[in-house]
Design a protein around this ligand. Sequence first.
Ligand SMILES: O=c1ccn([C@@H]2O[C@H](COP(=O)(O)OP(=O)(O)O[C@H]3O[C@H](CO)[C@@H](O)[C@H](O)[C@H]3O)[C@@H](O)[C@H]2O)c(=O)[nH]1
Length: 459
Amino acid sequence: MSTPTSNTHLLLYSFPGAGHIIPLLDLTQHLLRRGLTITVMITAADTHLLNPLISLHPSSLHKLIYNEPEITPSPHHPLITKVISTQKLFDFIVQWFQSHPSPPVAIVSDFLLGWTSELASRLGIRRVVFSPSGAFSSSIIHTLWQSIDEIKARNHNRDDNFLLALQEIPNSPEFPWRHVPVIMRDYIKGDQDFESFRTGMLANMTSWGIMYNTFENLEGVYIDYMKKYVGHNTVWAVGPLLPEKDDPVAIMKRGGSSGSLLDHLFTWLDEKVDESVVYICFGSQVVLSERQMHALTGSLERSTVGFILCVKESGSSSLPVGFEDRMANRGLVVKDWVPQLAILRHPAVGLFITHCGWNSILEGIASGVMMLTWPMIADQFANAALLVDEMGVGKRACEGGPESVPDVVELAQLMDESLSGNRPERVKIKELKRAATKAVKQGTSTRDLDVFVELISEM
Ligand SMILES: O=c1ccn([C@@H]2O[C@H](COP(=O)(O)OP(=O)(O)O[C@H]3O[C@H](CO)[C@@H](O)[C@H](O)[C@H]3O)[C@@H](O)[C@H]2O)c(=O)[nH]1
């Protein structure tokens, strides 16, 4: 095996947003420990996330600060507009590369940055896709982009209930049209912006390698499928990516610092019985509608559980009047960034109501906490199906989507039942946690990372 040296230099480029940056920085730590030199592209606003790592690895970790390109107003989906705006960084990266005394041998970039494949060809280096989403959802999304014209022709009435069956993917997933990501549902053939987004997504499949934040016991069958799909074996499952050291300070600060309520939150948790508290969080982006918030809070009031409800300031206006006071003896409402991983790892937390962002799912698995799924957009429906139907480690809290509202009585009952007794889902999530721990401690994920580092260092 060739030994990587600090001469092997990689450029890592995340798409902006917590769900993308957090796992990329976790990956950075694992690559640094294996002796690589890393430059991370980052905006000035996000450097506080990278700086603690730089102080640990001052000679091998560097930052390339960029200004977020101006977003040109467009009638399209905000994600398309944002993705297209990143393309304006092409020349900036080329110039940086050309003036670097020892430029990177590869660029590892988010799956939303498909245009970096062309950039890598121009620079004569390799592109590795970093997917902070799982392999199951990725199989679905790439198959859909491949055949979107034909699928849209079949569902020419745009029937929300039209059932899509993707028989080529293992376990033949089936789902209604309303669960297809909105960008695909709205896709207009020939429109420059939609075509540019689609080209970027398809370019991922022609890159030199793909790295998934997942692990073999969870998604091995889909990793194998992706290998067949792209026609080579440089597809790796390197997750769940978590802070490199089990360092409580790093875990507390992962993704950003939290507000002043923090001490109170953990003292409050310390006083609770093991596995008696529901933690509810919808990631970094989703804001519940007023109807959804009323159903959720109504079911919390009706249930008997202890809870932490994380609502981000932008969504707190939809909290029912007096809810916090009425629930003061049973629950905490936090309107700030919380250290999610540290909360999930607390022994008092026994249930996680999640929007099914892939990072949240991996963190729930790594902490051995049963999940109730409430997907909203994007890959989240596929992630929910994987957890509930395939792995049996969760139950559905709500069908999901921007319009869908759970039944108050049923959700209250589900929370109470999920925390009582040794339900099969709780047994299975503990087994899956053990498999995840094994994968990242001298298991399949460490093996895949080692293989990646070995191959990239040979260049
Ligand atoms: O108060 C908070 C809120 C979030 N987080 C962390 O932020 C990340 C959020 O990531 P994720 O759960 O994946 O949710 P999103 O931010 O919604 O992620 C986007 O990116 C993911 C990866 O591609 C996709 O799976 C999602 O659908 C997409 O919305 C996780 O690490 C959380 O632990 C915190 O630490 N504190």
